[in-house]
Design a protein around this ligand. Structure first.
Ligand code: ASP
Length: 339
């Protein structure tokens, strides 16, 4: 009897998973691609950014895609592709993560990152980190080597102290002249006493967070996001980038997602997990799920969502003037957008 029960439980679990797939819309019942990858480098504003700036971002995104594509083509894992591509973008001064991160009102960098493995639902997140060169690798280390999933500021730094191979830097290593100028401009626009409650300025829209989502040749999904937050953010402010279910989510039953934009809104609407749930429980396609959340939950101008589903379909959606983003897959797709 006991075995019969276990057997019927197993059958119903399997039936449940099969239902997941048989209720897919026909466009999704295709052979899974060997791999697929999407990346973003934050919101862009092609109307106000110089051609030179757009090109610098475009080249950075191209190289990031090449790095990820190579890993996945050679049967590397999705989680490695996510980490390595984000490490590259963290070192790229044009993007607002790692080197080139935004400055807080106190002229410091407080970095956030998260990563998720769609096979195991393993997660790692860190927030308010000040001396770790590659915050995404610290997040990965939390996922791989800690019984906890989320570390804050000094606790995250102490956890990093125990990882001998994670590179550490002075906080001003992350500073670029451009980000200093952006902070000065914002400070002049807004009375310092109220910099964190003042109206949104043009500068606020250049967020520049980075994120990656990937499907690997083993059928596993992964996603990650890394950021310095917005220019002139208040000390201690935590956005959506390190929050699993807000900016980052991956689940082999549905999709892998990374988001960029107004972090408070992405937390409020648990954006990345909502996209996953619409796919998994309502049978929506990736594109329909992303568009539903962008149009029915978020407001115009809030941001963008990139994703790859379990079949290797990719989608880059946003309700802003533009988004730095790109997609590649094993069928030959290789596309970068800066508008
Ligand atoms: N979402 C990030 C934050 O609010 C910013 C961004 O995506 O550019 O910290």
């Amino acid at each position: 009897m006991k075995y019969l029960c276990i057997f019927s439980l197993a059958v119903s679990i399997l039936a449940c998973d099969t239902t997941d797939q048989t209720t897919q819309s026909p466009e999704k019942i295709t052979a899974r691609k060997k791999y697929a990858l999407v990346i973003h480098g934050g919101i862009s504003d092609p109307l106000t950014m110089s051609q030179e700036k757009l090109e610098a971002h475009e080249e950075g995104l191209r190289e990031a895609l090449r790095i990820g594509k190579k890993i996945l083509e050679e049967n590397g894992t999705g989680i490695d592709a996510v980490e390595q591509v984000i490490r590259y973008l963290e070192d790229h001064p044009e993007f607002n993560a790692g080197k080139g991160a935004s400055l807080t009102t106190e002229r410091k960098h407080e970095l956030d990152a998260s990563i998720m493995d769609g096979k195991t639902l393993g997660i790692g997140a860190i927030t308010g980190v000040t001396t770790v060169r590659h915050p995404i690798s610290l997040a990965r280390r939390v996922m791989d080597s800690s019984k906890h999933v989320f570390f804050w500021n000094t606790g995250a730094e102490e956890f990093a102290d125990r990882q001998s191979d994670l590179e550490r830097v002075e906080n001003d290593f992350f500073t670029t002249e451009e980000k200093k100028a952006a902070l000065e401009e914002k400070m002049q626009e807004t009375a310092l006493s109220c910099i964190t409650c003042g109206p949104e300025t043009a500068r606020d829209s250049f967020y520049g967070t980075v994120g990656v989502a990937a499907l690997d040749s083993y059928g596993n999904l992964a996603a990650g996001t890394s950021t310095g937050g917005g220019t002139g953010k208040q000390h201690g402010r935590i956005g959506d980038s390190p929050v699993i279910g807000a900016a980052t989510y991956a689940n082999n039953h549905s999709c892998a997602i990374s988001c960029t934009g107004k972090g408070e809104e992405f937390i409020r609407h648990t954006v990345s997990v909502q996209v996953s749930s619409l796919i998994r429980y309502q049978g929506l396609s990736l594109q329909a799920a992303v568009d539903t959340v962008l149009q029915q939950r978020l407001k115009p101008g809030d941001g963008g969502i990139i994703g790859v589903d379990k079949w290797g379909n990719t989608y880059l959606g946003y309700n802003t003037n533009g988004m730095f983003c790109g997609a590649a897959d094993s069928d030959g797709l290789f596309e970068v957008r800066v508008k």
